[in-house]
Ligand binder design. Structure first.
Ligand SMILES: Cc1cc2nc3c(=O)[nH]c(=O)nc-3n(C[C@H](O)[C@H](O)[C@H](O)COP(=O)(O)O)c2cc1C
Length: 158
C-alpha cells in the first residue's frame, strides 16, 4: 500500500517525525510541502499529514494543503499528527484547531507528538513568545520517537 507522508516544518522536528514514520512504513515516501506544495495524491492509498504548531496554529502550508485537497483527502485512507510543546487538553485543542472537522472525522489515526525547542535557533521575538506564553525558559525536547514508531506500526494495519 503506497503511502505519502506530507509535512511542513520550520526548525526540523516535524521532518524528523515524518522520516521516522517513513523508516517504519515500508515503501512510504515523504513530501516537504515547502519544496512540493502539490504532491500527486492519486498515486497513494494512504496520506499521512503532519505539521508543527506556532502560536496555537498549524503551519500555514499544512492549512493550505488541507483546504485545497479537502475533497480528495476525504476519499482516502488518512492519518493526521501535530508536533507541539503543549501537552494534555491544550495540545488536544490545538489538534482540533489544526485540522478541519471533516478530516479529523475521516482520519483512521490521529496523534500528538511532542515538539523540540532550541532557544539559540530562535530570534528575539520568538524567544519572547516562547518564554511568556509557552513557559519554556530553556531549550527542551518533548520529542517521542517511541510514540512515533508505534504510530507507524498502527498505520501498517489500516
Ligand atoms: C515562536 C514559537 C511559537 C510556538 N508556539 C507554540 C504553541 O502555541 N503551542 C505549542 O504547543 N507549541 C508551540 N511552539 C513549539 C513548536 O510547536 C515546537 O518547537 C515544534 O517542535 C516545532 O516544529 P518544527 O521544528 O517542525 O518547526 C512554538 C515554537 C515557537 C518557536
Amino acid at each position: 500500500m503506497p503511502a505519502i507522508i506530507v509535512f511542513a516544518t520550520k526548525y526540523g522536528t516535524t521532518e524528523k517525525a515524518a522520516s521516522l514514520i517513513k523508516d517504519n512504513l515500508p515503501g512510504a515516501v515523504v513530501c516537504d510541502l515547502r519544496k512540493n506544495p502539490d504532491p500527486r495524491l492519486e498515486e497513494f492509498d494512504l496520506v499521512v499529514i503532519g505539521g508543527p504548531i506556532y502560536a496555537g496554529k498549524i503551519h500555514r502550508a499544512i492549512k493550505k494543503f488541507c483546504r485545497k485537497n479537502l475533497e480528495a483527502l476525504h476519499m482516502k485512507k488518512m492519518a493526521l499528527f501535530i508536533c507541539c510543546m503543549y501537552e494534555g487538553e491544550k495540545a488536544e485543542q490545538q489538534f482540533r484547531d489544526a485540522y478541519p472537522e471533516k478530516l479529523r472525522q475521516s482520519a483512521s489515526l490521529s496523534a500528538i507528538f511532542g515538539g523540540e525547542l532550541s532557544l539559540e535557533k530562535l530570534n528575539f521575538l520568538e524567544r519572547f513568545v516562547i518564554k511568556k506564553f509557552i513557559g519554556v525558559k530553556e531549550s527542551a525536547s518533548r520529542f517521542q520517537p517511541e510514540k512515533i514508531r508505534e504510530f507507524a506500526d498502527r498505520l501498517r494495519s489500516i
